[in-house]
Design a protein around this ligand. Structure first.
Ligand SMILES: [Zn+2]
Length: 243
C-alpha cells in the first residue's frame, strides 16, 4: 500500500457563474496526510489574522503535470516534466499571493515563518513576492531527507536534489516515475535513504550497495515485494504522520 492521498476542502481562486468562490476542484484537492494537516493549520493561523488562504493548484496527475509543462513553456515559465514536481506527489500547493498580502497585514517573510512552523517549505531563496514561484510551497516530509542526501553528494549528479526528492515522493503515492526501469527497486531505495542508509544513487537498480543497505536495515527478506513491505512498516513507525 502506498501512502494515501486524502481529499481536502479548501477555498480556491475560482468562482462559479454566480460569482461564488469555489473550493479547489476535487481533481486537484488531494494531498498526503501530513500536508493536509499542515495546510489546514496554516489556513486557520491566517484566518485568526483575518487573512484568506486561497489556492490555485495542489495535486496534479501525470497528465495534468504534462499539460502544465506544455502550457507554461509557451508562457516562458518553467514547469518540470512528469516525475519532477512535488505537485504530482500531493505535496505542493500554489496560493493566491495577492489575497495573502492584502492590506499589508502580513509580509511574505512573515508567511514564511508561519509556513516553517508547519513544516512547509518555499522553493525560492528569499521571500520576494516578485519572484516566480513565490506562491509555491512544499510539504516535503521525509522526502526532504532525499533532497539533503543529494545536496550532500551521496546520490551523485544524475538527478538534482529537488528532482530526487520529487521522484521519491511521487513513487510513494504509487504513481509511476518514468526515469526508473524498476519502480519497486526505486521505492526500496527511496525508503532506505529516508531511513538513514546510504546506497549511492536513487536509480531503480538494486546492486551491492543497495543490498548492503537492505541488510543494514535488518531486513532478511529477499523478494522485492517482501522487502518493500518490511520497509513500509519501518517508514510507518518512523514517520507516522505521513500515513
Ligand atoms: Zn507550484
Amino acid at each position: 500500500m502506498p501512502s494515501p492521498l486524502l481529499p481536502i476542502e479548501i477555498l480556491s481562486i475560482y468562482f462559479d457563474k454566480h460569482d461564488n468562490r469555489l473550493n479547489l476542484p476535487d481533481r486537484m484537492a488531494q494531498c498526503t496526510p501530513d500536508m493536509k494537516n499542515a495546510v489546514l493549520k496554516v489556513r486557520d493561523a491566517l484566518a485568526a489574522k483575518g487573512i484568506d488562504l486561497f489556492l490555485s493548484d495542489m495535486f496534479r496527475s501525470r497528465d495534468m503535470q504534462l499539460q502544465a509543462h506544455i502550457e507554461n513553456a509557451k508562457k516562458g515559465i518553467f514547469s518540470p516534466l512528469p516525475g519532477g514536481s512535488m505537485h504530482e506527489a500531493g505535496r505542493a500547493f500554489d496560493l493566491d499571493l495577492s489575497a495573502l498580502l492584502k492590506d499589508n497585514i502580513l509580509t511574505l517573510a512573515d508567511f514564511w515563518e508561519i509556513a516553517a512552523d508547519n513544516k512547509l517549505s518555499p522553493i525560492i531563496s528569499e521571500p520576494n513576492k516578485k519572484l516566480s514561484e513565490a506562491w509555491h510551497f512544499d510539504c516535503r516530509g521525509s522526502h526532504g531527507i532525499v533532497r539533503q542526501y543529494y545536496r550532500d553528494g551521496k546520490g551523485g549528479t544524475k538527478m538534482k536534489p529537488y528532482e530526487a526528492m520529487a521522484a521519491s515522493a511521487i513513487l510513494w503515492i504509487g504513481v509511476q516515475v518514468d526515469r526508473f526501469q524498476n519502480q519497486n527497486a526505486a521505492k526500496i531505495q527511496s525508503a532506505l535513504i529516508r531511513l538513514g542508509h546510504e546506497l549511492g544513487a536513487l536509480d531503480g537498480a538494486i546492486g551491492n550497495k543497495t543490498r548492503d543497505a537492505i541488510a543494514a536495515a535488518g531486513i532478511t527478506a529477499t523478494a522485492e515485494p517482501d522487502i518493500l513491505a518490511a520497509l513500509e512498516e519501518k517508514l510507518k513507525q518512523t514517520f507516522p504522520e505521513e500515513f
